[in-house]
Every structure is written in C-alpha cells, then in structure tokens.
Design a protein around this ligand. Structure first.
Ligand code: AR6
Length: 173
C-alpha cells in the first residue's frame, strides 16, 4: 500500500501520531522554535532522556519517547544552518529526512509528522527546503512497509501553500 503524504497547518506538539520530528540542535538539550515548543509540551522527562543521548550530528537523527506529548515518540534531527547553499546544506537537509524515516521504519512506526526543518532560526529558504523534504520522503518511505502516513506540519499559511503546491507536483525539482 502506498504511503500517504499530506500537509497541514498545526502546532506539531498537538499531533497524536506515532512520532513527531524535532528540528533540534546538536546538543539535543532544547532551544527555541519548534524545539522549545516540543520540550515545553513534553515536560522535563524529555530533557532528562535527551541528556543520555550524547548529542547528535547535523543530518543525523535520534529517537526518544514522547513523554507528556500526544505523540508516542520524538525523532530529534539536526538540520544544517543555511550558509548560501554550497556548503553541503542540501545533502545534510536530505539526510535529516532520510535518517528520520529510517528510524521510523526501524521502530515499526506507522504515522510520522515533520516540521519544516532548518527553515526557521537556521535560515534555509522555505521553497528549496520543501523541495528536498518532499522529494526525500517520496524516495525513501517505500522502503519501509510500516509507514502509512507522513504529515508535513506547517506553522504558517504561506508555508502550507508551498507544501501543498509541491505535493501536487510529480517532480518538484
Ligand atoms: N509546530 C510546528 N512548526 C513549528 C512550531 C510548532 N510548534 N514552532 C515553530 N515551527 P525552527 P530550525 C516552525 O527555528 O530552523 C532551535 O532553537 C517554524 O515556523 O524551530 O531547524 C533549535 O534548538 C519553522 O517553519 O528550527 C535549533 O537551535 C520550522 O518550525 C534551531 O532552533 C523550523 O524552525 C533549529 O532551527
């Protein structure tokens, strides 16, 4: 069965999916943006579990429980800081999506929600980031039969419009 990909506008901390993805930093010890919102909603036990993980490289991902969140798990990934696009940012951003999907596959998860990784504080242009998000998820979910639905969770109406347009396109690049 084909995995369904959809976009919606929501606060990711409210989604009752198997895992939400966190756009974290390499310390995994919290921060602002979606990271701050996830830690606030999950409560201090999430930080305690993150402390045991020893950080995370850019482009990699690590899984914790969801603690106080409606989501069962949090997949913490570290997006690249945008430095103009010629310092490996596209490959690292693609790797965030690929590694998160791999972890969801490994843990037998069925439903997963991503924020727009790197497009806030880290400054990645939203349109280019969305092409990578949609393309990478499309190219990798098929390898994991357990993943039924991937949600792209947008915080703004403008971001949602970009995701919806690219999801309607066969080859967004
Ligand atoms: N639900 C869904 N999306 C959200 C939410 C939310 N509650 N809050 C923000 N966004 P950012 P980054 C969107 O800055 O660029 C942190 O300090 C936001 O509008 O959260 O990867 C970390 O600790 C944007 O579209 O993540 C790192 O230091 C998207 O989430 C750094 O920021 C990502 O914005 C990571 O920067």
């Amino acid at each position: 069965m084909r995995t369904s990909l959809r976009a919606l506008r929501a606060d990711i901390t409210t989604l009752a999916v198997d895992a939400i993805v966190n756009a974290a930093n390499s310390s995994l010890l919290g921060g602002g943006g979606v990271d701050g919102a996830i830690h606030r909603a999950a409560g201090p036990d999430l930080l305690a579990e993150c402390r045991l993980l020893g950080g995370c490289d850019t482009g990699d991902a690590k899984l914790t429980r969801g603690h106080g969140l409606p989501a069962r798990y949090v997949i913490h990934t570290v997006g690249p800081v945008w430095r103009g696009g010629r310092e490996g940012e596209p490959e690292r951003l693609a790797s965030c999506y690929r590694r998160s999907i791999e972890l969801a596959g490994l843990h037998g998860l069925a439903t997963l929600a991503f924020p727009a990784i790197s497009t806030g504080v880290y400054g990645y242009p939203i349109e280019a980031a969305t092409v990578i998000a949609v393309t990478t998820v499309r190219n990798t979910v098929g390898q994991h039969a357990n993943i039924r639905e991937v949600t792209f969770c947008c915080f703004s109406a403008d971001d949602l419009a970009i995701y919806e347009r690219l999801l309607r396109t066969d080859r967004p690049e």
